[in-house]
Design a protein around this ligand. Structure first.
Ligand code: ADP
Ligand code: MG
Ligand code: ZN
Length: 424
């Protein structure tokens, strides 16, 4: 891979205007530029995109970025273009483009002006695209959200399984960089194996998000909970927040309730048509609304650095999900508040959702749910529990940034499995 020789620091300043690298970014970028397969495990908000964007901008040829969601490609391309004065520096290629748009993208690629091309895995299943890429100078392949390759991840996508064979059709010598925020060892080994990473350099960052405040609130009657949420949002007036709920209907209901209480809110879920979804996502990104009430269909890869709160109206189905979803708060390193409402009824709802699944899946699901329940009912530092889940030791006595550290509990009494917290 031909690389223009300038210091990485200078390149960072020139292309992004940042003064320093975050975490492992510099060493990761060096690894890619040296042509090694590279595996990056970094929490949400850690700055994974820059790890492939900067080397792409510094290399000759174009980097292919595989990204799972069509809806967020535009967001990512817009961000890259925002840092550059040239619109053709980044493009995406997926099923939403017209023939004329595809032609424009191809023309830009052939002139060598395009440094980053975002593609959906489906794009690579089309033979004509593979033939086109084979003739093109490609600098490297980045596989973003690489956990999608694993059934053990929180978002398995079967098309990801075919990536290796498709990449090999383009050029079997291309360096690959895989990136994920999923730290469980099972997912990690699936990624290395399925992408066929060749003796990769592996970089694992700490999963501690020290700026996030974690809190569990007992969930009681519906109107009481909604009142509580309204009050909470009014306390964070003018700030952006996400509310996650378990089902589509509740997103609409809650959004209506908030609107009736003078809070600008929209609902978002997979049942909406793509145009409405894109519109609502944009409304949230551009702050035309304060709150987006969503199912888990919302959020992966969305880069809004100043989300100040993430509320879970229902307990999520795994601690991993909880970590990913709360990870969307405070990506800029500033304040981020994560509140989860917990009731045993919601646990039963989760269990109910699995009723038709095969036994092995139900068992796996039950284990994941039990871990979330343990988290919710624990009197131990929340941060410690979360980091322990990711196999990381957290030794600090008092994190100062969770309800259990701020208000140590003497005793937790579980009544009907709704946690009643008795203050010390
Ligand atoms: P991830 O994909 O790991 O969740 P992103 O790549 O979306 O994270 O980056 C999160 C935020 O951090 C973005 O707003 C990005 O602009 C910012 N960021 C990344 N690297 C740096 C850096 N070196 N200096 C300052 N901000 C950075
Ligand atoms: Mg990302
Ligand atoms: Zn704590």
């Amino acid at each position: 891979m031909a690389v223009v020789k300038v210091s990485l620091m200078d390149a960072l300043r020139e292309h992004f205007g940042f003064d320093s690298f975050k975490g492992n970014q510099e060493i990761i970028i060096q690894s890619i530029l040296s042509g090694k397969d590279t595996f990056v495990i970094m929490p949400t908000g850690g700055g994974k995109s820059l790890c492939y964007q900067l080397p792409a901008l510094m290399s000759s040829g174009c980097a292919l970025i595989v990204s799972p969601l069509i809806a967020l490609m535009k967001n990512q391309v817009d961000l890259v273009r925002g840092y550059s004065s040239k619109d053709n520096v980044a493009h995406f290629l997926n099923s939403t483009l017209s023939k004329a748009q595809i032609k424009k993208v191809r023309t830009d690629l052939l002139t060598g002006k395009t440094k980053l091309l975002y593609v959906a895995p489906e794009t690579l299943t089309k033979q004509e695209n593979l033939d086109f890429f084979r003739e093109l100078e490609i600098s490297f392949i980045a596989v973003d959200e690489a956990h999608c390759i694993s059934e053990w991840g929180h978002d398995f996508r079967p098309e990801y399984r075919r990536l290796k064979e498709m990449i090999e059709q383009i050029n079997d010598k291309l360096p690959i960089i895989a990136l994920t925020a999923t730290a469980t060892p099972k997912v990690q080994s699936d990624i290395v194996k399925n992408l066929g990473l060749n003796d990769p350099n592996i970089y694992i960052s700490s999963f501690n998000r020290s700026n996030l405040y974690y809190e569990i609130r007992p969930k009681r009657k519906k109107d009481q909970t909604i009142k509580d949420i309204v009050k909470y949002i009014h306390q964070h007036k003018g700030k952006s927040g996400i509310i996650y709920t378990l089902n589509r209907k509740t997103t609409e209901e809650l959004a209506d309730m908030l609107t009736a209480n003078n809070i600008k809110a929209v609902a978002y879920h997979a049942g909406l048509d793509p145009t409405t979804r894109a519109q609502r996502q944009d409304m949230f990104l551009h702050e035309d609304v304060e709150v987006i009430v969503a199912t888990i269909a919302f959020g992966m890869g969305i880069d809004k650095p100043d989300v100040r709160f993430v509320i879970h109206y229902n307990i999520p189905k795994s601690l991993e999900n909880y970590y990913q979803e709360t990870g969307r708060a405070g990506r800029d390193g500033l304040e981020g508040n994560c509140v989860c409402y917990y009731s045993h009824k919601d646990v039963q709802k989760l269990e109910h959702l699995m009723r038709d699944k095969p036994l092995s899946e139900r068992e796996m699901g039950a284990q994941l749910i039990n871990e979330t329940v343990a988290y919710a009912e624990s009197a131990v530092c929340r941060r410690k529990v979360i980091l322990h889940y990711f196999g990381e030791k957290y030794e600090t006595e008092d994190c100062g940034q969770c309800d259990n550290c701020r208000n140590p509990k003497e005793k937790i009494e579980v009544k009907n499995r709704v946690v009643i917290v008795l203050k010390a």
